[in-house]
Design a protein around this ligand. Structure first.
Ligand code: RIB
Ligand code: CA
Length: 327
């Protein structure tokens, strides 16, 4: 097997962030060298506690956790606790971790890790405030950055915070735009166009509970609130799990297809937070992003189920055929 790829996960856990952390920790291709937390779905302090809940569950309290930005660069902070619950984990009453030492200074950690590690990548699952802070702190450190994958934005799909804006970029549009303007590598944008195709359905959840009761029950507990929100908000049965797709795509980029483009983020007005993808090259600028436009949702679910609940073939493919045919 090839050498494990070193990554830092910047996140705002958050229910789908939590599932993404679980997937990353169960992916042998990855070495998670650190987790940084940003204000987003929930305030940083709650996000940090949710990271510790996952790390303790997986026996990975060795991974350093850094708290980052408590507020967006300019906008007032608006959480997504209506979607993820006040605690960020579906108000499921998951016991707090008994241990966990949180360090301050996510931006400084990102810079130091980039300078220390030969080939380090970043998977960003929340607003890009920590990333932009680190870029401002020491842009030169990012010259060594291997790959940058972020869940955020939307190309042709409608927004989830406004007609055009996706939450991570809407929460802190100034930081998001700064990242698109200053990162020295292309941003692989895993936006709503593809994540909306990744639905954790009741059937898939039931399958998880049948084959791995412990993990399945944990996921059932933390996603109940998210299921209810999805039905109320978008009449979706189940829940869109955005962030795990960013992790799965980092592990296996063949999962999705897209195109290179110049992209910026609107920072004011009615389109605030919109990822403006210049697909027709009106601006004449070189590409700073790779925009995902389609995804093999069944293959994602195969990866997700194999790693999270140790699903085995041929049962897995047979079950997915049932599920994807029905759905
Ligand atoms: O818009 C969805 C994104 O915003 C996800 O990353 C979710 O966790 C929230 O951060
Ligand atoms: Ca997130």
């Amino acid at each position: 097997m090839n050498a494990r790829r070193k990554v830092i996960i910047d996140c705002d856990p958050g229910i789908d962030d939590t599932l993404a952390l679980m997937l990353a920790l169960k992916s042998p291709e990855l070495e998670v060298v650190g987790i940084t937390v940003v204000c987003g779905n929930v305030p940083v302090e709650l996000g940090v506690q949710n990271v510790f809940r996952v790390l303790e569950r997986y026996g990975r309290m060795d991974i350093p956790v850094y708290a980052g930005a408590r507020a967006p660069w300019k906008r007032d902070y608006v959480s997504a606790q209506d979607t993820h619950g006040m605690d960020g984990l579906g108000e499921a009453g998951i016991p707090a971790a008994k241990q966990g030492e949180c360090r301050e200074g996510a931006a400084g950690f990102l810079v130091e890790a980039l300078k220390r590690e030969e080939k380090l990548s970043i998977i960003a699952l929340g607003p890009l405030t920590n990333v932009a802070d680190a870029l401002k702190l020491e842009a030169a450190a990012f010259e060594k950055l291997d790959e940058f994958v972020c869940m955020g934005g939307s190309y042709k799909s409608h927004g989830n915070c406004s007609p055009v804006a996706e939450y991570n970029f809407w929460c802190d549009p100034d930081a998001a735009d700064y990242a698109f303007a200053h990162l020295p590598v292309k941003i692989h944008m895993v936006g709503l166009d593809v994540t909306r195709k990744i639905v954790l359905s009741p059937n898939i959840l039931e399958y998880m509970c049948q084959i791995a009761p412990g993990e399945g029950d944990f996921i059932r507990k933390i996603t109940r609130f998210y299921f209810d929100f999805h039905w109320k908000q978008e009449k979706v049965i189940g829940c869109v799990i955005n962030d795990p797709l960013a992790v799965a795509y980092f592990v296996n980029p063949m999962l999705a297809e897209g195109f290179e483009s110049y992209t910026r983020v609107a920072t004011e007005g009615i389109a605030l937070g919109q990822s403006v993808v210049d697909a027709m090259n009106f601006c004449g600028e070189s590409a700073n992003s790779y925009i995902l436009t389609d995804v093999d949702a069944e293959e994602f679910m195969r990866i997700f189920l194999k790693r999270i609940v140790n699903a085995q073939e041929p049962e897995l493919s047979d079950t997915l055929k049932q599920i994807f045919v029905q759905e």
